[in-house]
Unconditional design. Structure first.
Ligand SMILES: [Ca+2]
Length: 486
């Protein structure tokens, strides 16, 4: 049940966006690829810096397929992960992760067009076993060319962990909030129906759509077949991409798309809300009942598919993802085990209140999380926060969706002040923190300078044992503390 939350910078591309020409950085977040705006000045400086040091960037790991974590599987596991979220909120270029990947650098040398054709033929038995006919197989892959560009040298990881507030500020922009409200009006009746049918908050569905493709603005124009076939052949996760490729063939076999209309990101995520083919096969919905599950150009189909996805992973009807809370003076976070979900009434009785003054929900449970440490804003998070993470395992992403959704619905910005003046840990410092925690007997997984759920839990355990505020937040203070700890 370990998950990877790899986010890798893969390069910089330019995409036309209306009249603007924006620079976007492609990222692997989860098993999908997405884009985020790039600060070109920083980018240029980084490139110069790397060139100067002649750094050969390591290939970043890609994430595992989702789906090994059924919602009913383990409440405990869910609680653990949610609690570990207490910090992890590191994101962006260097995400949280419990990454056990042993990604090796791709070796483009030796990968040839002839080898590609032979590889495709070699997967025919797998496709046939899945129910793909030879006719579909040939029509889909007969003319697919090997795209060598999928084997790009991966860029170096950023030197510093990007803090959660940077991610949220970048993801929940005024433009995205306003466009979300526009979409909420435009698809009001469809969203109301989907909400009633699947029990998933319409604003969460809209927010996923907004986060994934900016409401369909960036769905990706790559041929999914070409991308997946090339990655399966030449990438370092053959089985993963082969499975997705066969999923893509099944989608064509079932008549939902044609080879030429099966498009999406370079890594195979498709359509309005960026489903991977295997997710499509499990969760996509033909909302308008025209016989096709069309997540590419039929927005009601795409929105219903997203709601169905979230519902399938246990979305609790009527519950928010969570919300920000203001802690009472002297509130001792250490006294509250973040692994434990407690009723909202309990939190209210402890003096927690909402910045808006709104009452706590009458029912439901939540954990308390301090994603920026004790000095940052505090949140109560419900199971639905965990469900959003089934879309993308990054805590920051889940906060992005949750917060974007509530903003579309009319909530105000996050009231608490993030510790923005705090300098984030460098990779070397993050590794030092891990090594020290390990020395003290905590399980931190691989020493990789990445803050996964495990590291967060280890920091919390250390803090608790040392009688410190157990917020699990990996900053310079905690590094200093573990250095000196015996
Ligand atoms: Ca349809």
């Amino acid at each position: 049940m370990r998950r990877m939350c790899g986010i890798a910078r893969i390069g910089t591309k330019q995409f036309g966006h209306g009249k603007e020409l924006l620079n976007f950085r492609s990222l692997n977040i989860g098993n999908r690829r997405r884009f985020r705006p790039v600060d070109m000045r920083k980018e240029f400086k980084m490139r110069l810096f790397r060139k100067k040091l002649a750094i050969r960037p390591p290939e970043a790991p890609m994430r595992h397929a989702r789906g090994n974590f059924a919602p009913a599987q383990s409440f405990r596991a869910f609680a653990l992960i949610a609690a570990a979220g207490a910090v992890l909120f590191m994101t962006g270029v260097k995400p949280s992760q419990a990454n056990t990947s042993t990604a090796k650098p791709a070796k483009p040398a030796g990968k040839t067009d002839a080898g590609f054709r032979a590889y495709l033929e070699s997967i025919w038995p797998h496709a046939q076993a899945a129910g793909v006919t030879r006719a579909t197989f040939d029509a889909s892959l007969g003319n697919v060319a090997f795209d060598k560009s999928v084997i790009k040298p991966m860029a170096a990881q950023a030197e510093f962990v990007k803090p959660i507030w940077s991610y949220i500020n970048g993801a929940v922009t005024t433009q995205r909030i306003e466009k979300g409200r526009e979409m909420a009006r435009a698809y009001q009746s469809v969203l109301a129906d989907i909400e009633a049918r699947y029990g998933v908050d319409r604003y969460a569905v809209l927010a996923v759509w907004g986060m994934e493709t900016s409401y369909g603005s960036f769905t990706g124009k790559n041929s999914t077949l070409k991308a997946l076939a090339s990655l399966a052949y030449a990438g370092n996760r053959e089985e993963f991409f082969r499975t997705e490729l066969i999923g893509a063939l099944m989608i064509i076999q079932q008549g939902h798309a044609r080879p030429e209309t099966l498009t999406g990101s370079w890594a195979g995520a498709m359509g309005q809300t960026q489903f991977m083919p295997t997710s499509f096969l499990k969760y996509a919905v033909d909302y308008d009942r025209d016989g096709r599950k069309d997540i590419w150009s039929n927005i009601p189909d795409a929105l219903a598919s997203t709601a169905n996805y979230l519902a399938s992973f246990g979305w609790v009807r009527g519950q928010p993802y969570g919300f920000e809370v203001i802690l009472p003076e002297g509130f001792d976070i250490s006294g509250h085990d973040p692994l434990e979900f407690k009723p909202f009434s309990y939190w209210a009785s402890k003096g927690l209140r909402r910045p808006s003054g709104a009452a706590m929900p009458g029912s439901g449970t939540a954990t308390i999380i301090l994603p920026g440490g004790r000095s940052g804003p505090a949140f109560l998070l419900t199971q639905n926060f965990r469900v959003i993470k089934e879309y993308n395992r990054s805590n920051a992403y889940a906060f992005g969706v949750g917060h974007l959704g509530e903003r579309i619905a009319g909530a105000g910005p996050i009231a608490g002040a993030w510790p923005t003046s705090e300098k984030p840990l460098s990779t070397a410092q993050a590794m030092e923190l891990q090594r020290n925690l390990q020395r003290l007997g905590h399980n931190v997984g691989k020493i990789d300078g990445k803050f996964g759920d495990q590291v967060t839990a280890a920091i919390r355990a250390y803090q608790k044992k040392a009688g410190l505020v157990a917020d699990g937040y990996p900053n310079h203070m905690v590094l200093q503390q573990v250095r000196n700890a015996r």
